[in-house]
Ligand binder design. Structure first.
Ligand SMILES: [Mn+2]
Length: 317
């Protein structure tokens, strides 16, 4: 239903920007790159505005559209926010978004508050790549490069088709992308299994301090530990999922210091709604996977999160 207005807005625009959430993950990067490639098929050269991300995504086609210049110079005719549930999570790109003449919001986060002029938010979709597939397949032919970027996003946001957000439609789309030529063994290894030495070092620090109490698995890393391992936020992605995979655990919470007194909380759950808990701290995400940034000391922030989770876990049974 939006395809016609999207095509018109793209064709009429001179300056087009695409952006996503801070600390972009596989789904955010894959959906941004795939959408940029789709636009280039319409004869446009969009600017993709994304923060620092894991180098392994550099090999994806679409990275050639990344804009590394001054954001203050960008006054877009149209901007697409993809995979961002909350306008404030656009980070530096938020000001560019606010200056744009026409705004779009393509997403799948349940916490999304429809912050754009045009909102294509499907909370049933496994990933923003699934949302982007449904849109762009209406007006361009998906080639192997676009298919690969989309497949990476679907694969990483579903945890390899394991999370409950994975639907029949997710598999249909993935099948379609495979038929276009995605090299699935290579993509699974590179984007799901492989980690760097730095990832492993910070993982070891975090897991060595892991605790399980009342079916809640928790751990944390300090800024000093991050520095010692040479790690940044992008190296800690695997930790919270590992916590949740612990036998008997219902909810996992991972806390990490992000400098200037900011603590990032990541929640994963097998059934409890952790989007609700994250939103207490001004964050959000999905029912079973959510996050928030909180100011305070890491121990106090983590303790507070544990008690909020515990309250809900035992109230509801
Ligand atoms: Mn996503």
């Amino acid at each position: 239903m939006y395809e016609n207005s999207i095509i018109k807005d793209i064709k009429d625009a001179e300056v087009i920007c695409i952006t996503g959430h801070i600390n972009p993950d596989g789904d955010c990067i894959g959906s941004n790159f795939a959408f940029a490639k789709a636009m280039s098929k319409l004869g446009k050269k969009p600017y993709v505005l994304l923060g620092d991300f894991n180098e392994k995504f550099d090999s994806l086609s679409g990275s050639e559209f990344l804009y590394k210049g001054d954001y203050n110079l960008l006054n877009p005719d149209v901007i697409f926010s993809i995979d961002c549930g909350d306008k404030a999570r656009l980070g530096e790109a938020e000001a560019v978004f606010d200056r744009a003449k026409i705004t779009y919001n393509l997403d799948h986060h349940i916490s999304n508050d429809n912050f754009a002029m045009n909102n294509i938010v499907n909370v049933k979709a496994s990933s923003s790549c699934e949302v982007v597939y449904e849109v762009i397949s209406q007006f361009i032919e998906i080639d192997k490069e676009i298919a690969t970027a989309l497949y990476v996003g679907i694969l990483t946001d579903t945890g390899g088709f394991r999370h409950n957000c994975t639907s029949e439609r997710t598999h249909q789309i993935a099948g379609k992308l495979v038929s276009i030529g995605v090299d699935t063994p290579e993509i699974h290894n590179k984007f799901l299994m492989e980690h760097s030495l730095i990832d492993a070092k910070i993982f070891a620090k975090a897991i060595s301090k892991m605790k399980v109490e009342d079916k809640i698995a928790t751990t944390f890393v300090t800024e000093d530990e991050m520095t010692e391992c040479g790690a940044t936020a992008k190296n800690t992605d695997a930790i919270v999922g590992y916590l949740l995979n612990t036998e008997g655990v219902e909810v996992a919470i991972f806390a990490s210091e992000r400098g200037n007194g900011l603590v990032k909380l990541s929640f994963r759950s097998k059934s409890l709604n952790v989007n609700e808990v994250a939103s207490l701290y001004g964050g959000g995400g999905h029912i079973l996977a959510a996050g928030a940034g909180v100011e305070g000391s890491i121990c106090k922030v983590l303790d507070s999160a544990i008690s909020e989770v515990r309250k809900r876990l035992y109230e509801k049974r």
